[in-house]
Design a protein around this ligand. Structure first.
Ligand SMILES: Nc1nc2c(ncn2[C@@H]2O[C@H](COP(=O)(O)OP(=O)(O)OP(=O)(O)O)[C@@H](O)[C@H]2O)c(=O)[nH]1
Ligand SMILES: [Mg+2]
Length: 366
């Protein structure tokens, strides 16, 4: 799995600037709305300090981080669901993403036009969320019509589907995103062929001015009276796109020093991937040896065979067992052999639920 996160927001809020900094790709950045017509896709390595330490310990010839894919989507405007701006095209790109990151403009700059006339993050968030909700409402109505025809025969599955869709439509009518109407994704499995935009998990990126780069999310929520959709400060990530693009242009040795001078412990990219991991319920596990040390992204709650399938599908199919050691123990003891001697690298079976930082050796039959 490479997880795909779509970057969305109003025009001119700094999406492409941020995308460019994150991916260090050349993308078109211009100070006018609709400059991004084709979505730009970039791979971002997930920074993980543990990877380097493991590679040193294992004297690995190669180190391979895990990646997240970011998609830079052109600005969404009010009434996009009716085809305003480049409405439908954008909505189609958003549909393809696994999760969304909404960039909201907090920075003041008289030279950069704000499409709604002035800085108003609370209203901008509502505008974007409303567009997504209205697009979903149109979709829900269409699907409801089809589903109610299917229930005429008395088919139980069709009736269950209709019930879920009715609940979704009622919630959307009240202005609620699908992920709040059904917080448990399993409840949506019955209609999993329908891709509601607001069922995707959402991160909020506050593009703040350079002087506010170290602001805490709680302060922003209070100061700007941000709406209840940002219920969890962990999903709001203050980032200065401008500073990020400066960092991207620095040699890596100078980055830490520059960050420290701004009172920042971590780069925005680092904070963003951490937030994505937290909000989207992702964890990493490692494989390590002389040939390679590598990180793999999985969903929290996965059992060992499914995790093994990340490395190779044969490993999942023929899964026998896994030797597993927690990262801290592995590092403290100084590697595999010592971990085994101390009884900290243990054999686990099919039922074992993976934990973040697990170091694994999988055994499988062909
Ligand atoms: N001062 C300041 N300007 C910024 C910042 N981020 C972006 N800009 C400027 O705002 C303008 C628009 O930035 P983009 O990154 O192209 O905005 P966008 O959201 O991708 O816009 P669309 O693709 O048109 O939807 C550019 O001139 C950027 O240089 C920031 O953090 N501070
Ligand atoms: Mg753009």
């Amino acid at each position: 799995m490479s997880l795909k996160i779509g970057i969305i927001g109003l025009p001119n809020v700094g999406k492409s600037t941020l995308f460019q900094a994150l991916t260090s790709n050349e993308v078109d950045v211009a100070n006018y709305p609709f400059c991004t017509i084709d979505p730009n896709v970039g791979m971002v390595e997930v920074p993980d300090e543990r990877l380097k330490k493991l590679a040193q310990l294992s004297k690995s010839a190669k180190t391979t981080p895990t990646v997240i894919e970011f998609v830079d989507i052109a600005g969404l405007v009010k009434d996009a669901h009716r085809g305003e701006g480049l409405g439908n095209q954008f909505l189609a790109h958003i549909r393809e993403a696994d999760a969304l990151a909404m960039v909201i403009r907090f920075f003041e700059d008289g030279n950069v036009v704000h499409v709604a006339g002035g800085i108003n993050p609370a209203e901008d968030i509502q505008t974007i969320n409303l567009e997504l909700i209205l697009a979903d409402l149109a979709l829900a109505e269409k699907c409801l019509n089809a589903a109610s025809r299917e229930t005429k025969s008395g088919d139980k599955a069709a009736i269950a589907k209709l019930n879920v869709l009715e609940k979704i439509k009622q919630g959307l009518d009240r202005g609620e995103p699908v992920r709040h109407i059904f917080p448990n994704p399993e409840d949506l499995e019955i209609i999993n062929e329908i891709q509601f935009l607001t069922s995707k998990k959402m991160l909020y990126i506050a593009n703040v001015g350079e002087d506010m780069a170290a602001v805490k999310p709680e302060e922003l929520i209070k100061k700007y009276g941000l709406p209840a959709v940002i219920q969890d400060p962990d999903t709001l990530i203050p980032i200065s796109a401008k500073i990020e693009s400066e960092i991207a242009n620095l040699p890596s040795a100078e980055r830490r020093e520059y960050l420290a001078s701004l009172n920042l412990e971590r780069s925005g990219l680092d904070r963003l991937t951490r937030a994505a991991y937290g909000t989207l319920g992702l964890i990493s596990f490692f494989t390590t040896g002389e040939k390679e040390t590598r990180a793999w992204t999985i969903q929290r709650g996965w059992a060992a065979p499914r995790a093994a399938g990340r490395v190779h599908s044969d490993m999942e199919k023929g899964f026998i067992s896994a030797d597993v050691c927690a990262y801290d123990n592995f590092i403290e003891l100084g590697g595999e052999e010592a971990a085994r001697r101390a009884g900290k690298m243990q054999k686990q079976g099919r039922e074992y639920e993976m934990r973040d930082g697990d170091i694994c050796i999988f055994y499988f039959s062909n």
